[in-house]
Design a protein around this ligand. Sequence first.
Ligand code: 5GP
Ligand code: ZN
Length: 121
Amino acid sequence: MSQNHSENCIFCKIVAGQIPSKKVYEDEEMYAFHDINPSAPVHFLMIPKRHFANLMDASSADEALLGRMMAIAPRLASEQGCRPGDTGGFRVMVNNGVDGGQEVYHLHIHVMGGPRPWNKN
Ligand code: 5GP
Ligand code: ZN
């Protein structure tokens, strides 16, 4: 396993284009794509291109990127159809580890929104 890429990680393969995904956004450090099994009318995932498992594995070097991901989430949510203002909005969620219900061990931020009811939650 290298620092930047984990061999059997499906999200590293998505970043590398080895597994297809529906792109929402991309820059040098992050990639965003639609969740394959959406829990809400709008449901996409934001991931760092650099592989690390979850927030418990993040380092101080990741602080700026994590902040940037949170800061850009409202713009992407709006572009994907989340409604503005207090009567609209969206949810951001990060699952960490077994107790956090994490299934894919490459850090990802869920962004969910759109009119309720949602499938889950
Ligand atoms: P977790 O439970 O780890 O927070 O969430 C993993 C998410 O990744 C789930 O919502 C699941 O639907 C999504 N997912 C798993 N495999 C794939 C895939 O190959 N492509 C896409 N687009 N989403 C995936
Ligand atoms: Zn990975």
